[in-house]
Design a protein around this ligand. Structure first.
Ligand code: PLP
Length: 453
């Protein structure tokens, strides 16, 4: 849309966030305005029925591929309890990497046997509980394996995976390289009375489908070798990294081609953005990985898993939270300079991407969307209610459909996966934004998530 400023006509790209039918329904209801009034500050909306639907989509892909598999929700993607409650009831596992996450998962009904414990150099406390609770432990280093063997000797046998450092990610600090894997296998063979070596894992950054299938194929080969050496090795864990599609293709392409410093407050520039558009996303990525033929293999990954009697484990985080939550702020002030500077009643700590030298680009929706007189597009950056210049929820000048008023709501969509709570703190003595769980069975009812921290 064209905006006339005193100097020039600036064409601001727009990046509307995709919205599910459920999200549209909630945004149309008076609930958000009431909650903002009642809670007196920003808050997050959580939609566990959408989480359930995402789990079901992954499960149907696994059923279609006739592969024996187990899903572990990667807990770090969001701290709320409601997801874990759903995992326990849907009988899916949880991927945890701290004592706190393990405690949260178990206290909401997830059994130890349904937990996979990941993360580097895990503490003896975490490893001991994981062993006592029969969790699956992803071993990240040789010294960690030694500690597990020692602890298992006094506690009870430990169930482990060996995390492989993918050869094409030599700079990753995680996993065991090929040489270390061989050493680890020898130690497992020498410790079979206390170590059950159940297979291998990797977690690849980025969203390459063929690369995942290639690595999975190699892990199956690793398993066959380990089995020949007398180890159990009947499962591979391909980690997470199932892309989420936040914005539509044409908007994304236009943005990536056109974006420049003048589109951002203070001429701010960014090195790189998360790929907010993904042509293949969520469970469709899993479908594509299963259908791909691993390099050097003669069949699809699904066929290779079946013919080698290997169980597939996966750890989606972000993808299970797609469309499962959003974040609501109230407009607290509007400055009209050459472009608008909107201040909301919360901070960018509720939008983690802003803390990684990047920007959460799917743009916020101004409510009410209809009814208010339209006075033309109003480009504005969005700032938080703190005293830091850097506390910006959107550096980008968002072409809002009208000039916002104090008291309007500004809704950042699809924030459940990693955005809403990983960086929140009580900075400025502001309380943490509460999490409101919506039960959408026949009518919409709300409750606060049990997680108070
Ligand atoms: C973060 C993480 C995940 C989840 O990744 P997503 O991109 O959210 O799917 C899974 N496994 C491990 C080991 C992780 O560190």
């Amino acid at each position: 849309m064209a905006i006339t400023t005193t100097q020039q006509v600036v064409d601001f790209p727009t990046l509307p966030a995709r919205r599910s039918a459920r999200v549209r329904q909630v945004m149309r209801s008076p609930l958000l305005d009431e909650l903002s009034h009642g809670l007196g500050g920003p808050f997050h909306i959580l939609l566990p029925d959408t989480f359930d639907a995402n789990v079901a989509t992954f499960e149907s892909v696994l059923a279609d591929g006739c592969v024996d598999a187990r899903i572990y929700y990667a807990k770090k993607a969001n701290k709320a309890a409601c997801w874990i409650e759903r995992c326990a009831r849907q009988d899916i596992g949880v991927d945890v990497s701290s004592v706190g996450e393990l405690r949260e998962a178990m206290s909401h009904g997830v059994r130890g046997t349904d937990l996979v414990v990941t993360g580097p150099a895990k503490s003896d406390t975490l490893l001991s509980i994981a062993i006592l609770q029969d969790c699956l432990i992803a071993i990240d280093a040789l010294d960690e394996l030694d500690r597990v063997i020692l602890l298992a000797t006094t506690l009870r046998p430990a169930h482990i995976l060996l995390r492989w450092l993918p050869p094409d990610q030599p700079d990753s600090r995680f996993g065991l390289d090929d040489h270390e894997i061989l050493t680890a296998l020898r130690r497992c063979i020498d410790s079979t009375s206390v170590i059950e070596m159940t297979g291998f894992s990797f977690h690849l950054s980025g969203y390459r489908i063929q690369a995942r299938a290639d690595l999975a194929g190699q892990l199956i080969d690793h398993c066959l070798l380990a089995r020949a050496w007398g180890l159990r090795a009947d499962r591979i864990n391909i980690g997470g990294g199932f892309a989420v599609d936040y914005v539509d293709a044409p908007d994304w392409h236009r943005f990536t081609c056109d974006q420049r410093a003048e589109h951002f407050h203070a001429g701010k520039t960014f090195e790189d953005f998360y790929p907010y558009h993904s042509p293949i996303a969520g469970a469709r990525v899993l479908r594509a990985v299963l259908a791909a033929r691993p390099a050097g293999g003669h069949a699809s990954l699904a066929t290779m898993l079946r013919s080698s009697d290997t169980t597939l484990l996966l750890e989606p985080g972000r993808a299970l939270l797609d469309q499962a939550g959003f974040t609501v702020f109230r407009v607290q002030g509007v400055k009209a300079r050459e472009y608008g500077i909107v201040t909301v009643d919360g901070t960018s700590l509720s939008l983690s991407e802003q803390w990684f030298n990047s920007e959460y680009l799917p743009e916020p929706v101004l409510l009410p969307e209809t009814g208010a007189e339209s006075d033309g597009p109003f480009p504005a950056c969005i700032g938080g209610a703190s005293c830091l210049e850097a506390d910006m929820l959107s550096w980008r000048k968002i072409p809002l459909p009208r000039r916002p008023k104090v008291g309007d709501l500004l809704v950042y969509l699809n924030t459940a996966g990693y955005q809403m709570d990983s960086n929140e703190s009580t900075f400025h003595e502001a309380p943490l934004p509460p999490k409101v769980v919506l039960d959408c069975a026949d009518r919409i009812r709300w409750r606060l998530d049990r997680h108070a921290r």
